[in-house]
Design a protein around this ligand. Structure first.
Ligand code: KG4
Ligand code: ZN
Length: 339
C-alpha cells in the first residue's frame, strides 16, 4: 500500500515543508529567517516565530504544488513537536493540527533529533538493523542508538551545556567573526595548525569519561579559548586566529568522533549516521572517515541541504511511523522544548 506523508518543521529558524511517498522525497521547500540574526549575533525567538507565521502557508503551498499532491491525498501529517524554541514549535504544531483537523488526517508529533537521522534514508537507502547516530548542530549534540527508527531509538548521551555548533558560534564571536561563526571557523581552521594549542577535551578522561561515556561538555573548552585570547592580549602578543580555530576545531571533533565510535564498538554497530548542520564541518567529516575506516564502520552523512533543518527529515520519520503501524498523536499534543 502506498503511503504519502506531509512533514512540517518549524523548531528553530527554518520553516520546512516536504512530502515523502514510500521513502521517496517528492518535494522539500525551506524558508529561513537566518538573515535577520547577523546583527544580533544570535537567533531571536520572537523574530523566528513571527517569520514562521508569515512563511508557513506559502511554503506549504509550494511544497504541495511541487509534489503534485493535494492535502486530501496525504495519508498523514507529521510535525516536529520538540526539541526546539517554544514559539517556533507552536506555530508548526498549531498549523499541523489545523490541517489534520480540516482534512481529517492523522497527526504525528515527532522528535526533531531522530528526524535528523531519518532523512538519511531518503538519500542513502534503508537503514541497517542497528546503527549509531551522531546529531550535531547549533542546538543539539547527541549520540543515539537505533534499531527500528520508528520504534526503537535511545539517546545514549548529549551535551551537558553548549551544543557543538553553539560553541563554534561563541568562539567565532571571540575571534571577531560574523554570526553564525561555525563555517568561518572551519574555513580558518583549514589554514592553521591543529596541534598548536592543546585545548581541553571535556568528559574524555578518568571518572568524567566513565560517568559520561556519551555526553559532551563544550563550555570549559570555550572558556579555555577565551582565556587564551585574553592572555595574548594582556601580553600584547599577536593572535594567530588560524591556529586557534584549528586547535579548537580539533578538540571538538576529536571528542565527537571518539565518543560516537566508542558507541559503535560497545553496541556492536558497523554503521554511523551523522546529521545536523554541524556535519558540514570539514574536520568532523575527515576525522569521522579516518577513525571509522580503522574501526570497520561505514559512515553515512546526507548532503548538507538535508543536514540543516528541513521538512524532508520530518516527512521521512512520519512515513516510517505510519508504515510501522505506530499510533498517531492526539490533537491535543503539546510542544516539548526539551524532548
Ligand atoms: O542544523 P543547523 O542549520 O541549525 C540548528 O538546528 O542549529 O546548524 C547550524 C549550526 C550553527 O551553529 C553553525 O555555526 C554550525 O551549525 N555550522 C558549522 C559549519 N556549518 C554550520 N559549524 C562548524 N563548521 C561548519 N562548517
Ligand atoms: Zn536541527
Amino acid at each position: 500500500m502506498s503511503i504519502t506523508v506531509l512533514g512540517i518543521e518549524t523548531s528553530c529558524d527554518e520553516t520546512g515543508v516536504a512530502v515523502v511517498r514510500d521513502g521517496e522525497l517528492l518535494a522539500d521547500v525551506t524558508a529561513t529567517s537566518m538573515d535577520e540574526y547577523a546583527r544580533y549575533g544570535g537567533i531571536i525567538p520572537e523574530i523566528a516565530s513571527r517569520a514562521h507565521l508569515q512563511t508557513f502557508v506559502p511554503t506549504l503551498d509550494e511544497a504541495l504544488e511541487r509534489a503534485g499532491v493535494a492535502l486530501g491525498d496525504v495519508d498523514a501529517i507529521a510535525v516536529t513537536a520538540g526539541p526546539g524554541l517554544i514559539g517556533s514549535l507552536t506555530v508548526g504544531v498549531s498549523a499541523a493540527k489545523a490541517l489534520a483537523l480540516a482534512a481529517g488526517k492523522p497527526l504525528y508529533g515527532v522528535n526533531h533529533i531522530i528526524g535528523h537521522l531519518c532523512v538519511d534514508e531518503l538519500v542513502d537507502g534503508p537503514f541497517p538493523e542497528h546503527f549509531i547516530g551522531l546529531v550535531v548542530s547549533g542546538g543539539h549534540s547527541s549520540i543515539l542508538r537505533a534499531g527500528n527508527i520508528a520504534t526503537d531509538v535511545e539517546e545514549l548521551g548529549g551535551t551537558l551545556d553548549d551544543a557543538a555548533g553553539e560553541a563554534f558560534d561563541k568562539v567565532g564571536r571571540l575571534l571577531g567573526l560574523p554570526y553564525p561563526g561555525g563555517a568561518h571557523i572551519d574555513r580558518l581552521a583549514r589554514l592553521g595548525d591543529r596541534c598548536a594549542i592543546r585545548f581541553p577535551r571535556g568528559l574524555s578522561q578518568g571518572k568524567d569519561k566513565a560517568r559520561h561515556p556519551y555526553d559532551f561538555s563544550f563550555s570549559g573548552l570555550k572558556t579555555a579559548v577565551a582565556r587564551y585570547v585574553e592572555r595574548l592580549a594582556e601580553r600584547g602578543e599577536e593572535l594567530n586566529r588560524e591556529d586557534v580555530a584549528a586547535s579548537f576545531s580539533e578538540a571538538v571533533c576529536d571528542v565527537l568522533t571518539a565518543k560516537a565510535l566508542t558507541a559503535c564498538e560497545v553496541f556492536d554497530c558497523d554503521t554511523l549516521v551523522i546529521g545536523g548542520g554541524f556535519s558540514a564541518n570539514s574536520r568532523l567529516r575527515e576525522l569521522a572517515a579516518e577513525r571509522a575506516a580503522k574501526a570497520g564502520v561505514t559512515v553515512r552523512i546526507p548532503p548538507i541541504r538535508y543536514c540543516t533543518d528541513n521538512g524532508a527529515m520530518i516527512a521521512s520519520l512520519g512515513w516510517e511511523l505510519v508504515r510501522n503501524g505506530v499510533e498517531p498523536s492526539s490533537l491535543d499534543i503539546a510542544v516539548d522544548t526539551g524532548m
